[in-house]
Design a protein around this ligand. Structure first.
Ligand code: CA
Length: 723
């Protein structure tokens, strides 16, 4: 399975487009349909009303691993192992899973949250940062909070207006809002207790991650490194929203002074005017906390812009980009850091899920922090010191031939720096693993990692890049769209890692043997997060809309159910009144859901929260909406006009409205637009007529003739659908 060649991965004529499919890029905010009224369906027979019995304490959180009844934080326990000791549902009876209840979320976009359960109440989030609480026995809605995000700001969200969930502490529920707010809600009523704006809202910051609790503080980061921001993590007082401390991932303009010694230390690893494009490093997902060591671990993001040459004149490691950083919980100061990708040149974030647990190394138990970040290497670090113990490729890697365990630095291949020619590199910007949570079973000693091998991505330095204040800041040429030669085959060298036979795999990784134990291959690249249980089970949803269970030890498929809609989120499990439930949020979207096809095949399906139990009712997949009836509309079929229209669409519309004119399902499929919409298309595109629904005004990018050409090209596709 060792790396041998990657020539075959990069010979397709459609590669630039395919690469974009895997890129994790878009700036889209349009809502495809009005948000529907949510409704609980198929309630179970229980008559017990859910009420808040007690607030969640630091002690509850610290001991969360010991009992399977509740699920109190994003990754279930402080180390976020996502392992449940429940075994009522197990490998021998999982075939009897049926529906306990469902809750229709009112969302038609990506659902990424892990629900939490406390005192018989389930808390979760939907797109546009909507928070809801339901009775965990019946799915009956208890309250719903819509933060009323201005839809015209959705363009700031690189990868859909998603949200990964809430935190609970004391009697409050905390949620990050896509526009940069952090809100504290009354857990019993959903009423706002306090709300703080955590970012400069004039800049393209977003929040998609779940807040975490550490030593009585609420922690939240932000995203925005693709568009040009300076990333940071902030600790808030849960009672009143006061800032306790802030960790700046990258330095700002030295002329403004350094906020603290850690920032000053980092600044020595930068050059040029890096602050003009923000520098990036945004920690938009992983945060874990060790109450014993009193350390907060945070994963940091990629550089802004992507190109190291543009960002820092090709100089320095650019701390603390693409790093695992341990912070002292009392003041947010850096205890240690480990940089996975020095001088990031690839969008190789290290924000991917972090895990803290004990494994046996050289015969002795050792507390470690583990991560499978985008760059393709699986890292095992000493949790107390940050010393690198292992770094092994878990997927094909061509930007480096390995990691030197002495220095802790990757050994870059010659093609990793692409300033003079276009380099095709693996992993691409969406990584060998992204935010989709991994889990760890202490019974098997295995990690279950949603792994991707989406093909080699063409990285190309763009000499013409300049800082863009309200748009993308990558500094690269988006595939082969720069006037540059592709690096000749003979200039590629090195590379490492297992090569899989499919674009998406469920990888059971043995961190002690430092190798895959078993692998399940899927037809689609991006699949859901995982849950491991003491029932010798691993649960995972697929992009194809199937929810599956495998035996944790050998990876045997023991159950699957068609839910009808692609699954991204991680499942969770809990126990109430002696019954084990398994829940998962199902809604397709994210960057791939905007640009790529809806792999489940359903047209604009509503996202649903599903909960299963043994002996539950029949599983009936969600159906999408019926395809609209098409009426013929005349168009100009001049080939030159159509070609120009396709070109303009691909450049300015595709990342949101889908490749080939076809929406991935999350946003409007323009081929099916109402005739009246075509009548006003100039107003929509060039004057912002649908800005309130999230379609930005692109008048500065597209002329009247350009829009007319796009319209004619789309109408030609529409005519093709009617044949
Ligand atoms: Ca990124």
């Amino acid at each position: 399975m060792m790396f041998s060649k990657f020539k075959g991965l990069r010979n397709s004529a459609i590669l630039p487009v395919m690469s974009l499919l895997f890129l994790g890029l878009s700036a889209c905010s349009q809502e495809s349909a009005e948000v529907a009224e949510p409704a609980a369906t198929a309630p179970a027979s229980s008559t017990t009303a859910a009420t808040i019995q007690s607030g969640v304490t630091d002690e509850n959180l610290a001991n969360a691993a010991n009992s399977g009844e509740e699920w109190l934080s994003y990754g279930r326990d402080p180390g976020e192992t996502r392992f449940s000791p429940l075994d009522q549902v197990n490998y021998s009876n999982v075939q009897n899973l049926g529906v306990a209840w469902t809750y229709d979320t009112g969302s038609f976009r990506g659902l990424e949250a892990t629900p939490l359960v406390h005192d018989g109440i389930m808390y979760a989030t939907a797109s546009w940062s909507v928070v809801f609480a339901v009775d965990a026995r019946t799915g009956e809605e208890l309250w719903r909070y819509d933060p009323q995000v201005d839809r015209s700001l959705g363009w700031k969200a690189c990868c859909d207006v998603v949200n990964r969930g809430v935190a609970i502490y004391d009697d409050k529920v905390f949620a990050g809002i896509i526009d940069g707010r952090l809100v504290a809600l009354d857990a019993a009523t959903g009423d706002v207790v306090w709300s703080e704006v955590t970012v400069d809202q004039s800049k393209p910051y977003t929040i998609t991650g779940a807040p975490r609790i550490a030593d009585g503080k609420v922690l939240i980061g932000n995203g925005g490194a693709e568009l040009g921001t300076r990333g940071y993590l902030t600790a808030y007082n849960p009672d009143n929203g006061d800032i306790d401390w802030r960790f700046w991932v990258v330095p700002g303009n030295p002329a403004d002074g350094y906020e603290n010694e850690d920032v000053e230390f980092a600044a020595a690893t930068w050059a040029g005017n890096w602050w003009e494009a923000g520098g990036g490093g945004n920690p938009w997902d992983s945060i874990i906390y060790d109450p014993e060591l009193r350390l907060v671990y945070v994963g940091t993001g990629n550089g802004s812009p992507w190109s190291h040459e543009h960002r820092s004149e090709g100089f320095g490691d650019n701390l603390y980009l693409s790093s695992i950083v341990a912070l002292n919980v009392d003041d947010g100061s850096v205890a240690w850091y480990y940089q996975t990708t020095p001088a990031d040149n690839f969008d190789y974030t290290a924000v991917q899920p972090l895990m803290l647990t004990e494994i046996t190394i050289n015969g002795l138990p050792r507390k470690v922090v583990m991560q499978a970040p985008k760059n393709g290497f699986f890292y095992v670090l000493d949790a107390e010191t940050g010393d690198l113990i292992y770094a092994d490729p878990y997927a094909q890697v061509t930007w480096a031939s390995g990691v030197d365990l002495e220095s802790g630095r990757p050994i870059e291949t010659p093609q990793a720096r692409y300033d003079d020619a276009i380099s095709f590199l693996t992993p691409g910007p969406s990584g060998a693993h992204n935010w989709h949570p991994m889990s760890f079973s202490p019974d098997t000693g295995l990690l279950y990692v949603p792994t991707m091998q989406g093909g080699a991505f063409p990285y190309s330095y763009d000499e013409n890049w300049e800082v863009e204040s309200a748009g993308w800041n990558l500094g690269i040429g988006m595939g082969t769209m720069v006037d540059k030669a592709v690096r000749p085959d003979e200039e590629y060298a090195g590379g490492t890692g297992p090569v899989y036979d499919s674009p998406g795999v469920l990888l059971a990784w043995d961190p002690v043997a430092r190798a895959p134990r078993w692998v399940k291959e899927y037809d689609f690249t991006i699949n859901g997060g995982t849950l491991a249980t003491a029932g010798n089970l691993v649960f995972q949803g697929g992009a194809d809309g199937y929810f599956r269970a495998f035996t944790a030890d050998f990876g045997e498929l023991v159950w699957e159910a068609d839910l009808g809609v692609g699954i991204m989120a991680a499942p969770m499990t809990y126990e109430l009144d002696g019954i084990q439930y398994v829940s998962v949020l199902v809604g397709w979207g994210g960057s791939s859901g905007l640009i790529g096809p809806n792999s489940s095949g359903a047209y604009k399906p509503e996202g649903r929260l599903w909960t299963f139990r043994l002996g539950g009712s029949e599983i009936i997949p969600v159906e999408g909406m019926p395809l609209p009836q098409l009426t013929a509309i005349e168009f100009n079929d001049d080939p030159a006009v159509l070609a120009h229209g396709e070109d303009m669409y691909t450049t300015h519309c595709m990342l949101c409205h889908g490749a080939g004119g076809a929406s991935g399902g999350a946003l409007a499929d323009l081929r099916y637009a109402a005739p009246a919409t075509y009548d006003i298309i100039q107003n929509v595109v060039r004057e912002g007529a649908f800005a309130g629904r999230g379609m930005p005004n692109l008048g500065h990018l597209l002329s009247e003739d350009d829009v007319d050409a796009v319209k004619n090209w789309l109408l030609s596709l529409r005519a093709g659908l009617m044949e």
